[in-house]
Design a protein around this ligand. Structure first.
Ligand SMILES: [Zn+2]
Length: 165
C-alpha cells in the first residue's frame, strides 16, 4: 500500500468524521477497505445512539462483518482519523484485520502506543501492521476545531442567558 492510497482513504475517513460533527458528535471517522473496495464505514455516534460502544471503528467493523458474512475480517485495512481507544483496539484484534492506519495520535486514551500499546503487546495472539500519522494535521485540526466551536457555543449561551436575567 503506497502513501497516496493511504492518504486517499484517510480523506474518505475525514469525510465520515464530518458526518459525526454534523450530528453533534466528536468528529472521528473510520473506513474499512479490502483490496480497493469499501466494506465498512463508521463515524462516532455514541450520544445519538445511546451506545457507549458506538465508536467509528466499531461501526465500520460491524458493517464489514455483515458485508463479508464473516466475523473474521482478514486482509482488510482499517483507516481511522484518530488513534483507537482500548475498546476499539481490542475489537480490531478480535476481528483479525490485517492493517491499521490512523491519523492523529490521542495522548489521553490512545491504545496503539500513546497511553498504552494494546496492538503491539508481545503476548497478543494477532499482530496488526500499524501505520500512524497519515494526514495527522488535518485529522487533529478537525478535532481541535470541533472543541473550539463547542467552547464558543457554550460561551455564547452563557452570555445570552446572562442577557436575559
Ligand atoms: Zn474507540
Amino acid at each position: 500500500m503506497n502513501q497516496s492510497q493511504d492518504e486517499y482513504w484517510m480523506r474518505h475517513a475525514l469525510r465520515l468524521a464530518r458526518m459525526a460533527w454534523e450530528q453533534g458528535e466528536v468528529p472521528v471517522g473510520a473506513v474499512l477497505v479490502q483490496g480497493d473496495r469499501v466494506i465498512g464505514e463508521g463515524w462516532n455516534r455514541p450520544i445519538g445512539q445511546h451506545d457507549p460502544t458506538a465508536h467509528a471503528e466499531i461501526m465500520a467493523l460491524r458493517q464489514g462483518g455483515k458485508v463479508l458474512e464473516n466475523y473474521r475480517l482478514l486482509d482488510t485495512t482499517l483507516y481511522v482519523t484518530l488513534e483507537p481507544c482500548v475498546m476499539c483496539a481490542g475489537a480490531m484484534v478480535h476481528s483479525r484485520i490485517g492493517r491499521l492506519v490512523y491519523g492523529a495520535s490521542d495522548e489521553k486514551t490512545g491504545a496503539a502506543g500513546s497511553l498504552m500499546d494494546v496492538l503491539g503487546h508481545p503476548g497478543m495472539n494477532h499482530q496488526i501492521t500499524l501505520q500512524s500519522g497519515v494526514l495527522a494535521d488535518e485529522c487533529a485540526a478537525m478535532l481541535s476545531d470541533f472543541f473550539r466551536m463547542r467552547r464558543e457555543q457554550k460561551k455564547a449561551l452563557r452570555q445570552a442567558q446572562r442577557g436575559t436575567e
